[in-house]
Design a binder for this molecule. Structure first.
Ligand code: C2E
Ligand code: MG
Ligand code: MG
Ligand code: MG
Length: 292
């Protein structure tokens, strides 16, 4: 296997890389057992309508509760699982857990809104992907639009035809496709031309050090305007401060997600949060035809 990091010069080999090499073997040894033992779980990070601060949905973000190593963040193990092919197994598990939760909320008659899950660029190589998602929503009897799918923009770079094809198939089945990490790659505009996504999620790096007049602020402003021209809803990720939130409001951004509003939180805490909200559209209002 050719792995980029083996070709790095000494100067690039830093502590992070060192830690990664140590992590890697341990994670690979433990991953299958961890899946069987249900050590993976997901947190939910709410997404908000900026003008009303109403929750419009949430993103499911995986965590690993390792019996010895404790709580492990995805950036440490996802890249490793993407390299060794385990990611698809993990993702299928998380998607199913999310469907179980949506099913429970529907059964309990809770106000319900979509939860988005992440799809690794590696998952797109599997012939099973579309069929698996189709069977999953049938198994739990969930309207496709409640399980939103986040595809990372970097998937497009290596695999433009595949991503166009898969996106079309999933949309025909009723899934909403969000383009995650928009603007982080090398071919964002090409991607936008070819792939007919439903929502843009702008990479959180875009928000760092933005203000009305600086360069990143103006770029963000232009991206929000571009999304308007394309009639594409847009979510800005990584909102950490009141200033950022005000700036986004001033440029007419509609949806946000970030630590300023809420960190990713356990499902129980998320349920408390939505129970406190004064108004949320009910499940029936959202999908009158498809719900049982
Ligand atoms: P992502 O999908 O772009 O998710 C956003 C990441 O930004 C999350 O990190 C979230 O906790 C973090 N974030 C949210 N708001 C803020 C903020 O205001 N400031 C800062 N600095 N960060 C913020 P997390 O949970 O550590 O996940 C990292 C990445 O791991 C995700 O990026 C996604 O690419 C991947 N990932 C997470 N869960 C899954 C999963 O179930 N499957 C796959 N394939 N990838 C996943
Ligand atoms: Mg995401
Ligand atoms: Mg993102
Ligand atoms: Mg990301």
């Amino acid at each position: 296997k050719v792995k980029g990091r083996y070709f790095m010069t000494c100067g690039e080999y830093d502590e992070t890389m060192h830690q990664r090499l140590i992590d890697e073997q341990g994670f690979i040894n433990d991953m299958n057992k961890a899946l069987t033992n249900r050590e993976f779980l997901f947190y939910l990070q709410p997404k908000y309508e900026l003008s009303t601060s109403r929750i419009i949905g949430a993103e499911a973000l995986v965590r690993w509760l390792h019996p010895q190593k404790g709580f492990i963040e995805p950036n440490r193990f996802i890249p490793i699982f993407e390299e060794n092919g385990f990611i698809f197994s993990l993702d299928k598990y998380i998607w199913e857990e999310v469907c179980k939760l949506l099913r429970r909320w529907l059964d309990e008659g809770r106000p319900i809104h979509p939860i988005s899950v992440n799809i690794s660029r590696v998952d797109l190589y599997s012939d099973e992907l579309v069929g698996f998602l189709d069977e999953l929503i049938k198994k739990y009897n969930i309207p496709a639009r409640l399980l939103e799918l986040e595809l990372t923009e970097s998937a497009y770079f290596n695999n433009p035809e595949q991503i166009v094809d898969i996106t079309q198939k999933l949309q025909k089945m009723g899934f909403i496709i969000l383009m995650d990490d928009f603007g982080s790659g090398y071919s964002s505009l090409n991607m936008l031309k070819d792939v007919n996504v439903n929502v843009l999620k702008v990479d959180l790096k875009f928000l760092q050090n933005t203000s009305q007049n600086n360069r990143s602020g103006r770029i963000l402003n232009a991206v929000v305007y571009m999304a308007k021209c394309l009639e594409l809803p847009i979510i800005i990720e990584g909102v950490e401060t009141l200033q950022q939130s005000e700036f986004l409001q001033s440029i007419g951004c509609s949806w946000v997600q970030g630590y300023y509003y809420s960190r990713p939180i356990p499902v129980k805490d998320y349920e408390k949060l939505i129970d406190q909200m004064e108004y949320l559209p009910s499940a029936a209002e959202l999908c009158p035809c498809t719900l049982p």
